[in-house]
Structure formats: C-alpha cells, structure tokens
Design a protein around this ligand. Structure first.
Ligand SMILES: Nc1ncnc2c1ncn2[C@@H]1O[C@H](COP(=O)(O)OP(=O)(O)OP(=O)(O)O)[C@@H](O)[C@H]1O
Length: 227
C-alpha cells in the first residue's frame, strides 16, 4: 500500500451476545484511497465499518485515526470527529424526510455552526456537482432512489471529510444508477482527496476502488488489486 496511513484498525474483536462479529480484523486506509471491504452476508463488514467510524466500540483491538486513539476516545469526542472529519452514505440515503434536498445537504454544515446562507450556498455547489441541483427544493420522498443517493453523497462530502464511509451505497439501486453513484462518489472523493471506506458484496461496485479486502468470519484478508 502507498501513502500515509490515515486510519488504522488492528486486531479488532466485537461480539454481539454469542455472535463473534469481528474476530481479529485489521485494516489500514491511506489519505485519498478508495478501499472496498467485501465479503459474504454476515461476515462482519458493517460491524468493521461501524467500529472504524467510531459508531461502535470494539471489545478489544486498536483504532488509530491520524494518530488519535479512537477506542479510548469518549462519546463526545467521537461524535465531534464524525461531524468534522467523516462523511457517511448508507444503503437507503437516510436523508431527513421533512427537509428539502438542499436543507439535507446543508445540515452537516449547520451542525458544525455554519450560518444558513453560507451552508446553503455550499450545499447548492455540491448538489450541482452531483447533478441534482434541480431537485434542491424537493423533499427526499419526491425524488428517485438514484437521485436521493446522489443527494446523500453531496451531504457526505459537503463538510470536506477526510474519510467517507459508504455501506452498500448502491444496494437499493439498479445497475445503471449504481454505476452513476459510484462514479460520482469516487470522482468527488478523489478530487477532494478524501479516503473512501466502501462496504459492498458486489464486485462491479468494488471495481471502483483502489484496493479490496475481504472479511471472512470476522477476519480480514488482503487482496491487492492487480493493475
Ligand atoms: N447490533 C447487533 N446485534 C446483534 N447481532 C449483530 C448486530 N450487528 C451485527 N450482528 C451480527 O454480527 C454478524 C456480522 O454482521 P455484519 O452486519 O457486520 O455483517 P455484514 O457482513 O455487514 O452482513 P451483510 O452483508 O448481510 O450486511 C452477523 O452475524 C450479525 O447478525
């Protein structure tokens, strides 16, 4: 792997009751790198992503983000980090249904203290970049699934995150829309030098990454892509 490691997880374990979701998983992501986490259903992909993003605390193991210990960090610290440094795209956009597409994209900026006017101006730029600016005033329920995911990508990138976590971002889309979302997500991330941690079980989605790893029974297996 090339570049400076940005986020490094080592020997991660996480159990949910009797289920050992992570059993010694490890990975490292560099600045600007698009990393795909693959593996069959129930292998531990989402749990790994949630641990790396500071959403779930592992039972043991270490996670270092730019040298900071994410496991030891308190909830307030991790929430702050998620707002300032991380962006998220999930399978079903998870846009706020009561807000317009523009307000949804402006929201992460508002949460970090930006004024409405500035936040909405930046959100408008990102909607245009994802070619959904015509939908600014509509609510998420009034746009297509593919359009909603592009709005979700704009929302994930609007704060200039260092890492974008994407969990099956195209899982609810047909292949044409899925390709479009992946192309736009990876292009925008590369332009802004954001790393992407992408969970997918689809090889055609993983093909947009620089590198793939596979999770099997809670353990990671590196699979360098052959150029
Ligand atoms: N909150 C939870 N409570 C109980 N069990 C959980 C929880 N989250 C995950 N698990 C279990 O941990 C294991 C790993 O789940 P995880 O969601 O990480 O897998 P995955 O590879 O992302 O699966 P999929 O591709 O189906 O989304 C599974 O057996 C799952 O049932």
């Amino acid at each position: 792997m090339t570049g400076t490691p940005l986020l490094v997880g080592k020997d991660l374990h996480k159990a949910f009751g009797a289920t050992q979701a992570l059993d010694g998983a490890a990975l490292s992501v560099s600045a600007g790198e698009v990393l795909a986490i693959m593996g069959s259903s129930g292998s531990g992909k989402s749990t790994l992503l949630h641990c790396l993003a500071g959403i779930v605390r592992p039972d043991s193991g270490s996670i270092s983000y730019r040298g900071a210990d994410l496991v030891a960090m308190n909830d307030r610290g991790r929430s702050a980090l998620r707002r300032t440094d991380f962006g998220f795209v999930f399978q079903f956009g998870q846009l706020v249904p009561e807000l317009s597409c523009l307000e949804n994209v402006a929201l992460p900026l508002r949460l970090t203290g930006a004024r409405r006017k500035q936040a909405e101006a930046k959100a408008t730029e990102w909607l245009a970049r994802l070619e959904v600016d015509a939908l600014a005033k509509r609510r998420p329920g009034d746009v297509s699934g593919g359009q909603a995911q592009r709005v979700a990508v704009a929302r994930a990138l609007v704060t200039g995150p260092k890492v974008v976590f994407a969990d099956e971002p195209t899982g609810a889309l047909d292949s044409l829309n899925g390709e479009k979302v992946m192309r736009m997500l990876t292009e925008a991330a590369r332009e802004t030098h954001a790393a992407v941690v992408l969970v997918t079980h689809e090889p055609r989605v993983a093909a947009y990454s620089d590198r793939e790893i596979t999770v099997r029974d809670g353990r990671t297996v590196d699979r360098e892509l052959v150029a």
